[in-house]
Design a protein around this ligand. Structure first.
Ligand code: IMP
Length: 427
């Protein structure tokens, strides 16, 4: 299977970085295809913890080419600080890092507008990461965007900046009462960025086509999760990109047919950061306990994550809309100690029971989860490596999830380090 995509099957933070890290051993290229520095991928490598927002986590392994394809929105200062940190920790960054010349750049006005709009919205805030993601994608599709390739033509860049600044300063000053941005300073700063960025900039479309033609193993690393996808997610409480498998061809230029395998990653429960519907949230004691046991605080923003029981309706939706071939279930260890484990198997609505995910956020807010209760387990499962090492009730829980979501569960993680995996492949 030369091309594989790993994506989050829930609302992000599923631990995709970890799964990518495991699969990266056999990959030649690791590619991010959407999102930006809103992602927060935590990887424990050689006993050290790394938190990467932009650079694919494959960078920790020598000999892998890591690509930020054109579907990514690039926050250049964040990229530079990740490069510096990785170098300071002994990792070589050179030809192994590729930035697409077609990727859109997160400009200072995108972050300012994102944060200003959130502040102005008060209690109705969206709960974004404040990294300028939505405004950058909005400019991309309204033909205002600045791409990496534009940074290398001083005159053209100036024209693009001036066009944007005229409009953005009007918004910032007149609508939001903020200080204006300075076009001269931004132009000078981004020309300097261009010089530093140049060694990494390539035509990533051609690079990926060649890699696929040569039969190289390519691993696509999704950011966020299917339920935050701009089309499939709980709109408007979503992110600006296609964080589903569809994002791979559109965000990299590979043909849809070239994607061989899709691996979904889901927690054994659910979490969400930011505003939006969450059918299985609600029991404060369960929420608190999952948050503490699972250390559910955002990697990017540090915000406490909202927690609830596993929602099989949403999981099935993710499986069907992405062609997920297999699911990795993470954080099973967090469920140890609960007397009973609930799994949402359907929704009750005023029109009756349904299996369909409502299209609107108010619609998803109104559904009542129908739960199946399974007996819990109290044993510590962090040392389990095979199915038989798991307590009977944990095995029953995993088998139930598998039956509910309709695809094989290939791995179950039982702790944060690399080897804490129950590998069910080949069983
Ligand atoms: P944005 O992507 O910063 O615009 O935020 C839009 C929504 O996506 C908010 O609810 C964020 O909390 C959520 N979000 C964005 N990135 C992540 C992520 O990596 N994990 C979890 N939630 C995220």
């Amino acid at each position: 299977m030369p091309t594989t995509c790993v994506l989050g099957a829930q609302w992000g933070d599923e631990g995709k970085g970890r799964v990518v890290d495991l699969l990266a051993d056999t990959a030649d290229l690791v590619v991010r295809y959407q999102g930006g520095s809103n992602a927060g991928h935590t990887v424990i490598f050689a006993g050290e913890t790394y938190r990467l927002h932009l650079i694919p986590s494959g960078i920790l392994r020598p000999g892998k080419t890591c690509v930020m394809a054109h579907g990514v929105v690039l926050d250049i200062p964040t990229l530079f600080s990740e490069i510096e940190e990785l170098r300071a920790r002994g990792h070589e960054i050179g030809d192994n890092l590729v930035v697409s010349d077609r990727a859109h750049v997160v400009m200072p006005w995108h972050k300012r507008l994102d944060q200003t709009r959130e502040q102005a919205a008060g209690a109705r805030a969206h709960g974004t990461t404040g990294r300028g993601i939505g405004p950058c994608y909005a400019d991309k599709v309204s033909y205002r965007g600045i791409r990496v390739g534009d940074l290398f033509d001083a005159e053209w860049l100036r024209e693009r900046i001036d066009q944007n600044i005229a409009e953005k300063n009007h918004l910032l000053v007149e609508v939001y009462g903020q200080e204006p941005l300075d076009a001269d300073a931004i132009h000078a700063e981004y020309l300097e960025f261009a010089t530093r960025l140049k060694p990494y900039v390539r035509d990533a479309v051609a690079l990926l086509h060649d890699a696929i033609d040569e039969g190289k193993q390519v691993l696509f690393e999704g950011g966020q999760g299917v339920l935050l996808d701009v089309d499939l997610g709980s709109y408007p409480y979503v992110t600006g990109s296609n964080s589903c498998a569809l994002g791979v061809p559109s965000g990299t230029g590979i043909p849809p047919r070239a994607l061989d395998r899709v691996i979904g990653v889901a927690k054994a429960y659910m979490t969400r950061v930011g505003t939006g519907p969450f059918p299985t949230e609600g029991d404060a004691a369960v929420d608190e306990r999952l948050r503490e046991a699972g250390h559910e605080f955002g990697t990017t923003t540090g915000r406490p994550r909202r927690c609830g029981w596993f929602d099989a309706v949403l999981a099935r939706y993710s499986v069907r809309s992405n062609g997920i071939d297999e699911m990795v279930i993470v954080k099973l260890d967090v469920l140890s100690g609960f007397d009973e484990l609930l799994v949402c198997v359907g929704y009750d609505t005023p029109e009756g029971r349904t299996d369909i995910v409502p299209a609107t956020s108010p619609g998803l807010d109104r559904v009542k989860p129908i739960y199946e209760s399974l007996p819990g387990f109290t044993e510590d499962v962090t040392g389990a490596r095979t199915r038989d090492d798991l307590p009977e009730n944990a095995q029953r829980f995993i088998a139930f999830l598998e039956q509910q979501i309709g695809v094989p569960i290939s791995m179950v993680s039982v702790g944060p380090s690399r080897e804490q995996i129950v590998d069910l492949r080949g069983e």
